[in-house]
Design a protein around this ligand. Structure first.
Ligand SMILES: Cc1cc2nc3c(=O)[nH]c(=O)nc-3n(C[C@H](O)[C@H](O)[C@H](O)COP(=O)(O)O)c2cc1C
Length: 242
């Protein structure tokens, strides 16, 4: 059976706006093809920091020296999955700390660096394992009203890690709107496009550039967004947001 692994990288765990978007995407896939979805919250996992020993590239090739945390389990789940969805909010124009620590610990998945020259469009020193059958999707929300410029640094980093064509980046601007209870119903309609994207991936095996571009369109225009941001901060002060 087609296996989807959904990694929730938001420190807000179940309250995460990004998780809500990612679940819609996964739901679209599930509605269109038989599959299993396993969800893991990285903030609930025990993930020690990379010690920088590089033994996973040398002495213990392919295996991390640290074995007493959840990384061996997570790595196995990645190797077993057909589609890995990594959902996380944008923090300071990059990935949140939990996700970065997790990414560092995945060094053993990459080939040992032996002076290879970077090749644009491919993972910079290639994967140690055969990842050719796997799909990788990032789902990320941000506070800003746009994704242009705001996501440039994260996407450059992911291009180098995964290879530009080897992952889909489903980006969602104005993500905080998803935590305003008064907007829940309206946002449900907006989220349908992520579900439709899931269905597209399941039925065609691809996501078109047009779909990816369309997912990056903000739900609200600037004027409405500013009004709702005021509402968000009012709610925040009274503890009403989720
Ligand atoms: C520490 C921190 C840094 C952030 N940095 C950015 C940023 O650089 N750009 C942006 O648009 N939003 C930024 N945000 C806003 C989050 O990306 C946004 O609220 C997101 O939708 C939260 O998703 P979550 O509910 O899944 O955690 C930041 C939030 C925090 C807490």
């Amino acid at each position: 059976m087609y296996k989807i692994l959904l990694l929730n990288g938001s420190p807000r765990k179940e309250k995460s706006c990004t998780l809500r978007v990612a679940r819609k995407f996964a739901e679209g896939i599930k509605d269109s093809r038989e599959c299993s979805i396993e969800e893991i919250c990285l903030a609930d996992c025990r993930i020690k920091q990379c010690m920088g020993c590089l033994s996973c590239w040398g002495r213990t090739a392919g295996e991390c020296f640290i074995k007493d945390d959840d990384i061996p389990m997570l790595k196995q789940k990645i190797m077993d999955a057909d589609l890995i969805i990594e959902a996380f909010p944008l923090y300071f124009f990059g990935m949140p700390g939990t996700v970065k620590v997790f990414t560092d610990r995945m060094l053993s998945i990459m080939n040992t660096y032996e002076g290879q020259l970077p090749v644009e469009g491919t993972p910079f020193h290639g994967f140690r394992y055969d990842m050719s059958g796997k799909r990788f999707a990032i789902v990320s929300t941000c506070g800003y009203a746009q994704t242009d410029l705001i996501y440039d640094s994260l996407l450059s980093q992911l291009d180098c890690i995964c290879g530009k064509e080897n992952y889909y980046a489903l980006l969602c601007p104005q993500g905080k709107l998803l935590s305003i209870p008064e907007l829940w119903e309206r946002m449900e309609t907006y989220l349908e496009k992520y579900k439709a994207a899931g269905a597209e991936l399941a039925t065609t095996g691809e996501l078109s550039d047009e779909t990816i571009k369309n997912l990056r369109v903000a739900p609200l225009d600037e004027r409405k967004f500013k009004i709702l941001l005021e509402m968000f901060w009012r709610n925040e002060k009274s503890g009403k947001n989720v």
